[in-house]
Design a protein around this ligand. Structure first.
Ligand SMILES: [Zn+2]
Length: 270
């Protein structure tokens, strides 16, 4: 009998991962803060309200086109110098271990530090620094050269004055928000949701979670040194991204391998 049970368990654990939880990670500027990229909330940051109004405002960017390109050139060259930190490493490793189908990485960050650690599938809801966008024909296309070339024209309509950096500006439609809707639709009670390094200023938990998870759900985890909206998280880790992810890594890894029946038995505690 013992041998039979052992074989059944082995076969099930190898063949069927469909009942195991999916991990959804929503990240913000705090994820890259340890790499030296300033956060919006950082009082010593490079970003000021004055900058925002001129250099990343979809309604006025054409008036300040040169400033806009200069600003994103500086951002690009600053980000090119920084290296991924332990938080990027942990998240990329999880996606490598369980695959993009079970580890969904959605970030508000425009840097490519998750990809630099080997993450295969990252949704950048606010765009990235590797693409341009033509507002005339809604085409997103790869940036050429070592910086943002203000004379690079749109490959579809040939215009260049309608081309802007591919990051999402204030007041600009964000097509990748569809990924948030898809996450809300797919997320079950057994899945794990981790928000890391975000103040929820732009996208709040109301946008990210369905009603049945808008509570201190045991599988809602928040990691942030200055956490907000804590009423929606069963586990709040008041730490930087790298430290916090390091602290809960073993618990996440165990939960990712537990079958639903076992999850029920332990009342969905990590
Ligand atoms: Zn175009």
């Amino acid at each position: 009998m013992t041998a039979t049970v052992g074989r059944d368990f082995r076969e099930r654990s190898v063949a069927d991962t469909s009942q195991l939880p999916t991990l959804y990670v929503w990240s913000g500027a705090g994820l890259s803060a340890d790499s030296g990229i300033p956060t919006f909330r950082d009082v010593n940051g490079l970003w000021t309200q004055e900058d925002f109004d001129r250099v990343c405002n979809f309604e006025t960017w054409r008036m300040y086109r040169d400033e806009v390109f200069d600003f994103y050139d500086r951002r690009l060259h600053m980000i090119e110098r920084v290296k991924p930190n332990s938080a990027h490493k942990i998240l990329a490793a999880w996606q490598g271990r369980w695959g993009p189908d079970r580890v969904t990485l959605i970030t508000q960050n425009i840097d490519g530090l998750l990809e630099a650690e080997g993450a295969q599938a990252v949704t950048h809801v606010h765009g990235d620094l590797e693409h341009m966008f033509c507002v005339e024909c809604d085409l997103r296309f790869p940036r050429q050269g070592s910086g943002f070339d203000r004379t690079q024209s749109c490959p579809r309509c040939g215009e260049f004055e309608s081309v802007k950096p591919g990051t999402i500006f204030f007041n600009e439609p964000a097509p990748e928000y569809e990924a948030i809707m898809a996450m809300k639709t797919r997320m079950t009670q057994d899945d794990i949701f981790v928000a890391v390094g975000t103040s929820f200023t732009v996208v709040s938990p109301y946008h990210l979670l369905n009603k049945d998870r808008l509570s201190k759900h045991r599988r809602n985890v928040l990691i942030d040194p200055r956490p907000t909206y804590t009423e929606f998280f069963g586990l709040v880790v008041e730490e930087s991204a790298g430290t916090g992810l390091g602290q809960i890594a073993a618990r996440i890894e165990r939960a990712m391998q537990e079958e639903p029946t076992k999850v029920d038995q332990i009342a969905r505690v990590f």
